[in-house]
Design a protein around this ligand. Structure first.
Ligand code: GLN
Length: 552
């Protein structure tokens, strides 16, 4: 049987948690014994979110095969454990870029190129591609119904419903049922309007998922059903919950997965979903045996979405160690040396996450100095590793102008080049990849999964219980191997290298209980069911009172 397609649209307002709802449905269908894949269709014109500001757009999620994608793909991976691929994320920008290349090549044979059918055909091609292994493909359409730029996507999924038939396509619409305090009532009108809008495009939703902050009375659900031409049982309430890990169970209790299967006329492989692993996670989250506080010194603090996977990975490490992990966000910009002790003396660990550009560099360096000198567990991710090396070179080796060519000028006195510099070529498997300072900004970083060999006996090796790993990357600069001997001589060890031995992937400090910098982004591979070993080890170190005492 070929894959069935579930299209998820959103109405009324954005930020209703369409990504989480889609991911949860994926998890529920898996718990019923099906194979699933999730996809995101984003109507914006950027080719990918790689060049978009995380403050505006949230984190850029990177797949194993090196695609820079929407953060919702992170939710999908975390909830289903299925690795996303480049082909699971598409934007209007990508569609048009493909279309215009075809047009210039003459593929359209002199025809007029139009939104319908040419753009919609490409969208359909994307939706159907690489789906033969799946029972269900869940496609989330970004944005809200009514957005001008979303129209071609809605038209494409409407056509697919017609072409593949009701046995293979269904539509779910996520809406908001707001509570109006003055009237003391939940209001169904926005939902009615949103569905009306969808129907005017030719899409009749099969299921309505209604977000509300309180129980929606049966009478209101009935009203929604009547006005929106939907069976009563298919109006599912999606109430706010305390933990995201509760969502699959709650949705299932409301009959969500049952309705989906019913809509396809399917008798499920598992009669009731097996949600044991979700229940176990929830038990651990709700019954922590202790707590730790991690300071994250970064640039986009205060906006949780900018470091989405990072926050999740810390939560997972908390699940692994059964402790609650509190995060203290510290804005690196304006964070001066004098503030450091006050802000960090009572935290259990320090983390400097990935980042770009000069702003906040000094604050991050000050935090690293503090963690190094006071023996606080430190995890430096990507930029956080590069800065840890710079901090060490400046303050321990005495190379005062040690820097990255991403910021700060350096004088190449000994011909070694900058401590952290632009790498112009590197190997991906057997393929040589190149970049230079004039390369496009989009899609030209070292992206996606790369292997790394770890030195036996290192903190990293103990954490991973392995000497050979694969992790995802997203960066333009690399620590310069020419400085290895000097750094190692003073105690900063290169404990992880690319298989060729040319690129440093992990550094760690010899005389420190737990100080690790990684050039990759381990947070992208952490899952609630498989917490990332490095994060688990980091949080375990944070729990060790010994390191705190030394800090005092
Ligand atoms: N700005 C650094 C680089 O491009 C680090 C990137 C990151 O932290 N993701 O190499």
């Amino acid at each position: 049987m070929s894959a069935r397609f579930i299209f998820i649209t959103g109405g009324v307002v954005s930020s209703l948690g369409k990504g989480l709802a889609s991911a949860s449905l994926g998890a529920l269908l898996q718990a019923r014994g099906y194979r699933v894949r999730l996809r995101k269709l984003d109507p914006y014109l950027n080719v990918d979110p790689g060049t978009m500001n995380p403050i505006q757009h949230g984190e850029v999620f990177v797949t194993d095969d090196g695609a820079e994608t929407d953060l919702d793909l992170g939710h999908y991976e975390r909830f289903t454990g299925v690795n996303a691929r480049r082909s699971d994320s598409v934007t209007t920008g990508q569609i048009y870029s493909t279309l215009l290349t075809k047009e210039r090549r003459g593929d359209y044979l002199g025809g007029t190129v139009q939104v319908i059918p040419h753009v919609t055909d490409l969208i359909k091609e994307f939706i159907l591609k690489d789906t033969d292994q799946e029972d269900f493909v869940l496609c989330e359409i970004g944005g809200t119904v009514g957005d001008i730029e979303g129209l071609p996507f809605l038209e494409a999924i409407r056509q697919l419903g017609y072409e593949l038939g009701r046995e293979r396509v269904m539509y779910i619409h996520l809406t908001l049922v707001p509570y109006i305090a003055a009237a003391k009532e939940l209001k169904t009108k926005p939902t009615q309007h949103s569905v009306k809008e969808l129907r005017s495009i030719g899409i009749q939703p099969d299921i309505l998922l209604c977000r509300a902050d309180r129980e929606i009375p049966m009478s209101e659900r009935r009203k929604i059903a009547l006005f929106c031409n939907i069976r009563e049982e298919a109006v599912i309430q999606a109430l706010d919950v305390g933990s995201i890990y509760e969502v699959p169970r709650r949705y299932s209790e409301q009959g969500f997965d049952n309705e989906v299967l019913k809509s396809f006329n399917l008798k499920p492989v598992n009669v009731s979903p097996d949600l044991t692993r979700w229940d176990e996670i929830l038990t651990r989250v709700q019954n922590p045996k202790g707590e730790v506080t991690v300071a994250i010194v970064g640039k986009y603090t205060g906006i949780g979405d900018a470091y989405k996977s990072l926050g999740e990975a810390l939560d997972h490490a908390g699940i692994a160690n059964q402790v609650r992990v509190h995060v203290r966000w510290i804005d690196a910009a304006g964070f001066e040396k004098e503030d450091v002790a006050k802000a960090l003396s009572d935290v259990d660990a320090v983390l400097v996450p990935g980042g770009f550009g000069e702003r906040g560099v000094n604050g991050k360096l000050a935090a690293i100095t503090y963690a190094r000198e006071n023996k606080k567990p430190y995890l430096g991710i990507c930029f956080g590793m590069q800065l840890a090396v710079i901090e060490f070179a400046r303050n321990v080796l005495g190379i005062k102008d040690a820097a990255s060519s991403e910021f700060g000028a350096y004088e190449d006195k000994d011909g070694k080049g900058p401590l952290v510099g632009l790498m112009t070529e590197w190997m991906r498997g057997n393929v040589l990849e190149t970049r230079n300072s004039g390369s496009d900004l989009g899609g030209t970083m070292r992206l996606g999964a790369y292997d790394c060999s770890i030195a036996a006996g290192s903190i990293a090796q103990k954490a991973y219980s392995s000497t050979s790993i694969s992790e995802r990357h997203r960066h333009r600069y690399e620590v310069n191997m020419a400085y290895r001997e000097q750094l190692e001589g003073q105690g900063l060890i290169f404990s992880g290298l690319s298989p060729s031995g040319h690129l440093p992937e992990i550094v760690e400090m010899r005389d420190h209980p737990w100080f690790v910098g990684v050039q990759f982004h381990p947070e992208l591979k952490s899952r609630p069911f498989a917490p990332h070993p490095l994060f688990s080890s980091f949080i375990q170190a944070a729990m060790t009172k010994g390191s705190q005492k030394k800090a005092a």
